[in-house]
Design a protein. Structure first.
Length: 332
């Protein structure tokens, strides 16, 4: 029997190249070796205000891009988080077993609070509890995450171990974080010290999977590099060039050493053109597949089947937890 792997994407905006390299492509690569549970984290989307129509489009596009990028609904369980009600219910139970001191140490909320951001929601504060529920419902062995999410997986393990000990039985398997070695953290093209993000205000540092190809090419050709003039992987001294090399390596399969060799003695303009060619080839493939998916009726079938299969796992797990706690009084 295959080990289970679980991950989800929170599409508060359109999916971008960092999402693809760091997450979606990993899901596709793993689905032959693991029982893959890949959900769309739409409950997590509303921790910050969302325009309803925009959110609905982003969710629809996210599912379509899951399929366009190669996730196979026969191999993977693909569903919307809200279609499996056990997520929210176990999420509340996780809140009741998580200490405020632990939540206060979570970097995302702590950083936003330190910046003085107004109107921070209770959902943003407690979302690590919901994330723990998302994971623990399915007893996965691995959770592929970027290194900025390791803290949340550790909290998930701590709360799971606490509940196992408190109720005297193994309610949950303790998951392990899996960090991809190449391309796990793609940086902004305009600010290579920060991760590529859909919240990029000037919108030139982020390449979206549905960007027109000429626009994606322009973003790469205007990417920040340096004055050294040598294609070399050195994230500390040449973060912009190193980021472009990481993107090229992740999409082409070339090693960083081979990329350095190919562009030895060549300028950044020629190097950027090579990166743009690789990126645009990949985007073109994804966008053609996306158009086929979005114009078909497959999305409803995939989501309904995924929710049914996910509920068959999540329902018994929630029942087990609630009985261990003493919350159930009826036989089911």
């Amino acid at each position: 029997m295959k080990d289970r792997m679980l991950s989800g994407i929170k599409p508060t905006g359109q999916l971008h190249l960092g999402s693809y390299i760091g997450a979606l492509r990993q899901f596709v690569n793993f689905q032959d070796d693991f029982e893959m549970v890949a959900f769309i984290a739409n409950l997590h989307c509303i921790t910050v205000p969302q325009d309803p129509q925009t959110l609905q489009k982003n969710l629809r596009d996210c599912v379509a891009l899951y399929l366009a990028c190669g996730l196979d609904p026969k191999k993977s369980i693909i569903f919307l988080q809200t279609d499996v009600k056990e997520h929210a219910q176990l999420g509340y139970i996780m809140c009741c077993h998580t200490y405020m001191g632990e939540l206060n140490r979570m970097t995302q909320f702590k950083d936003k609070a330190a910046k003085g951001e107004a109107s921070l929601s209770g959902g943003l504060y407690t979302y690590p509890c919901l994330m723990a529920a998302d994971i623990l419902l399915y007893d996965p062995k691995y959770v592929p995450v970027g290194d900025d999410q390791d803290q949340h997986v550790e909290l998930c393990r701590d709360v799971a171990a606490r509940m196992n000990n408190r109720y005297g039985q193994e309610l949950f398997r303790l998951p392990e974080a899996y960090n991809p070695k190449v391309g796990a953290r793609i940086m902004s093209l305009q600010d290579p010290l920060h991760k590529m993000s859909k919240s990029d205000g000037i919108n030139r540092g982020c390449i979206y999977l549905l960007d027109p190809l000429d626009e994606a090419r322009k973003k790469i050709m205007t990417a920040i590099t340096d004055s050294i003039g040598h294609v070399h992987y050195d994230p500390e001294n040449q973060p912009g060039v190193s980021n472009l090399m990481t993107i090229m390596s992740a999409l082409s399969g070339q090693s960083l050493a081979d990329i350095e060799k190919d562009y030895e003695g060549k300028g950044y303009g020629e190097f950027k053109k090579g990166v743009a060619d690789v990126v645009c080839d990949q985007l073109n493939t994804i966008q053609q597949a996306y158009q086929k998916v979005i114009s078909s009726d497959i999305l409803r079938d995939v989501l309904e089947d995924g929710a049914r299969r996910a509920s068959a796992i999540a329902g018994p797990k929630l029942d087990l937890v609630q009985r261990a706690i003493g919350m159930e009084i009826l036989d089911r």
